[in-house]
Design a protein. Structure first.
Length: 254
C-alpha cells in the first residue's frame, strides 16, 4: 500500500548498484513505481528484477545525466511509461582521485558534469511535472566531502555545490508544494570505497575496519542506511522538512 499521492512515480539516478539501487528498492517497497536510471540499461536489470520480485513496478532507463538530450529523452520515457515523476533522487556520481596539480581540465569538467550539472539537468526536466501536480520531492546526494576532501578537490567542490543547489531549490519551489533536501553520506560500503581501498593497497575489510574506528557508532554505513533516510524525505510525512542537509555518517560532522 502506497502512502504517496495518487499517480506518484519516482526517478532514481545511478540506481544500477550501491546506494542508488538500495534507494530504488526501498521506494518501490514504499509503493512507488520506480525508474531505475543509469548509464547502461542492461546494468539496471539487477535492480529492476529485485524490485519486481518484491512485487513492485520498475523501469530500466539508460541516460548519461550530464547529457542534456539524453536526460530529456529519459524523463519523457518515464512519463510515457510510468507516469509523471513526483519523487526524484539525484544519486548518480563519480569520484576519481587526482591531485590538483595533476588534474586536467577535462577531468574537472567530467566530475562536475556528472555530480553537479547532472542533478541540475534531471531536476530541471522533472520539476515541471511536480509543479503541475502541486506536490513533489527532490532528494540529492551530497557527501561529507562537501566540507573538504583533500584527495578529491573536484568531487568535494561538486558535492558542496549540491548543498547550495538544494537550499536554493527549497526556497524557489516550496510554494509549489515541492520540498528539496540533501543527504550527505559518510563512509558507505560501495564501489567507490572499494576503489579507494585498492588505491591504498588495503583489503576492503581492513579499510572498513580502519574507517569504523573514527565513526562514533562503531561501524561503517551500508546503502540501506541511506535508503531509509531517502524514504522518509520522499514521504508525505516530511512535508515540513525542506532545504536541509541530513548527514548519515554515524555521528556529528563538523
Amino acid at each position: 500500500m502506497s502512502f504517496f499521492p495518487h499517480g506518484s512515480t519516482a526517478i532514481v539516478t545511478g540506481a544500477a548498484r550501491g546506494i542508488g539501487a538500495a534507494v530504488a528498492r526501498r521506494l518501490a517497497k514504499d509503493g512507488l513505481p520506480v525508474a531505475v536510471v543509469d548509464l547502461d540499461e542492461a546494468d539496471c536489470a539487477t535492480t529492476v528484477e529485485a524490485i519486481r520480485r518484491d512485487g513492485g513496478e520498475a523501469l530500466a532507463v539508460a541516460a548519461d545525466v550530464s547529457d542534456e538530450r539524453q536526460v530529456e529523452e529519459a524523463v519523457a520515457r518515464v512519463v510515457s511509461t510510468l507516469g509523471p515523476p513526483s519523487v526524484l533522487v539525484n544519486n548518480a556520481g563519480i569520484g576519481p582521485r587526482a591531485e590538483l596539480v595533476e588534474m586536467t581540465t577535462e577531468q574537472w569538467d567530467t566530475v562536475l558534469g556528472v555530480n553537479l550539472r547532472g542533478p541540475f539537468l534531471v531536476t530541471r526536466a522533472a520539476v515541471p511535472h511536480m509543479i503541475e501536480a502541486g506536490w513533489g520531492r527532490v532528494i540529492t546526494m551530497s557527501s561529507i566531502s562537501a566540507a573538504g576532501d583533500a584527495a578529491r578537490v573536484d568531487y568535494g567542490s561538486a558535492k558542496a555545490g549540491l548543498i547550495g543547489f538544494t537550499k536554493s531549490l527549497a526556497l524557489q519551489l516550496g510554494r509549489h508544494g515541492i520540498t528539496a533536501n540533501a543527504i550527505a553520506p559518510g563512509f558507505v560500503v560501495s564501489d567507490m570505497t572499494r576503489a579507494s581501498a585498492r588505491r591504498l593497497g588495503l583489503t576492503f575489510e581492513e579499510f572498513q575496519r580502519r574507517a569504523a574506528e573514527s565513526v562514533p557508532v562503531g561501524r561503517v554505513g551500508v546503502p540501506e542506511d541511506i535508503a531509509h533516510t531517502a524514504s522518509y524525505l520522499a514521504s508525505p510525512a516530511a512535508g515540513f522538512v525542506s532545504g536541509q542537509v541530513v548527514y548519515v555518517a554515524g555521528g556529528p560532522v563538523d
